[in-house]
Structure formats: structure tokens, C-alpha cells
Design a protein around this ligand. Structure first.
Ligand code: PRP
Length: 216
């Protein structure tokens, strides 16, 4: 590299662990970003990649927008559900990767009908649920839970839930029926606002390579 050439600026990409990470890894490899070690076999959270200008961070889904909003990560890979819940301050949503598709839905025991008064809603998507029931004009008490939501109506902790539905097997196994769809969910690429300006070339390269990897 000659002195005249600007030095590439290293990017940090925050990856949503779990199903999104599993589905994203082959796409990331096709875009030339492969971790230099097996991420599943390590307790480390930050990994170098074969691209010296890119390192990756594995994070809990709900933390990915926080890392990107504050610039601790330049790019984040996470679900539309997480973005809707977090809000879009501090970053841009730039690409729909079309993986880890599912729906955000309401679900309840069979035969459930909305009462005239208040309903109790168990969810980890508190803000989404608040907005949804406000729009419906339905009074709702939101009961925040971080997992195993499906059991809440069974134990009479809530009348219904707002949760991710993929195959529908979890609902079925717990005697619940999907009702209304709140949002279609898939994995998105988000970019920190400052990084979009200050690391424009590097960010654009990753977005372009990922777009290419999406092509059949
Ligand atoms: C999600 C969701 C449901 C399940 C739905 O949980 O909260 O429990 O998937 O999938 P299904 O319709 O195919 O049964 P996930 O396994 O992602 O774990 P989480 O509770 O950590 O979000």
C-alpha cells in the first residue's frame, strides 16, 4: 500500500447469536468474511476474520441495535422484530437478508375473544405490544417476560401473548392458536449513522458483497 492510499478502517460487525447467526454464517462466508476460528467452540465474543479489516462480535439479539446505535459496532445483523422493539435511533436499516423469516403474532387459547375491558398480554416485545394494542384501541396490561411466553396463558398469568411464530409448533404444543399478524420478520443489516459517513467505502463494500451473496 502506498503512502497516498488511505488505510482501510476496521469494521466491527455485531452478529445476533442463535438461529440468525447459524443462517447468516454461510452468507457471510460467501461475502468473504469468515471467522479465523470456530466461533461455536470458543467462549470468546469477538473474533478476527480472514478479512483483516473486519472483526465480528457475537451478541444477544436485543443487544445488537444497542452496540450499533452507540457505534461500538459499525454494522449489526439482527431481526426486524428486534429493530421494531428497539427503535431506529442512531442507525440505518440498509439490507433485508431474507433469512430467519417468521412472523410476530398474537396468540391465545382456542376460543379467545377480546373483552370490552383490559387484557393481560405476556411478551418480550413490550414496546411493539404497547403500540399494537394502542392502535387497536384495546386496553392492555403488558407483562414482560424474557422467554417461555407460551406458558403464560396456561398458568393464567396472561390472556394472550405476542411472540415470534415460525412453524407454529411451540404454540400448538402449548394449546395456543395464532391470531393476528403484527409484522413479517426477517434478518436485516443495520449500519451506525456515523460509520456510514466516516467508513463509507468499507461499509459500502460489505453491503455490496452481502447483496451479491444474496443473488441466486
Ligand atoms: C421463538 C419464539 C417461540 C418459537 C416459535 O423462540 O419465542 O418460542 O421460536 O417457533 P415455532 O413457531 O417454530 O415453534 P426461540 O427458539 O427463537 O428462542 P427464544 O425464546 O430465545 O427467542
Amino acid at each position: 500500500m502506498s503512502l497516498a492510499e488511505p488505510r482501510p478502517k476496521q469494521l466491527t460487525i455485531a452478529l445476533n447469536r442463535g438461529r440468525i447467526l447459524k443462517e447468516f454464517l454461510p452468507m457471510m462466508a460467501a461475502a468473504g468474511i469468515e471467522p479465523t476460528e470456530d466461533m461455536g467452540a470458543s467462549r470468546k465474543l469477538v473474533f478476527d476474520t480472514v478479512n483483516p479489516n473486519v472483526r465480528v462480535l457475537v451478541a444477544r439479539g436485543s443487544d445488537v441495535p444497542t452496540y450499533v446505535e452507540h457505534g461500538a459496532a459499525d454494522i449489526g445483523i439482527t431481526g426486524k422484530d428486534t429493530i421494531l422493539e428497539h427503535g431506529t435511533q442512531g442507525y440505518y436499516e440498509r439490507l433485508d437478508l431474507g433469512i430467519a423469516r417468521c412472523r410476530l403474532m398474537t396468540a391465545a387459547p382456542a376460543g379467545f375473544k377480546y373483552p370490552a375491558g383490559r387484557v393481560r398480554v405476556a411478551t418480550k416485545f413490550v414496546r411493539i405490544a404497547e403500540r399494537y394494542f394502542a392502535q387497536r384501541g384495546q386496553q392492555a396490561t403488558i407483562i414482560p417476560l424474557s422467554g417461555a411466553l407460551e406458558v403464560a396463558p396456561v398458568l393464567d398469568l396472561a390472556d394472550l401473548i405476542v411472540d415470534i411464530v415460525d412453524t407454529g409448533n411451540t404454540l400448538k404444543a402449548n394449546g395456543l392458536v395464532a391470531m393476528d399478524s403484527i409484522a413479517e420478520v426477517s434478518t436485516r443489516v443495520i449500519v451506525n449513522r456515523a460509520a456510514m459517513k466516516l467508513k463509507f467505502d468499507e461499509v459500502t463494500k460489505v453491503l455490496t458483497d452481502l447483496s451479491e451473496a444474496l443473488k441466486p
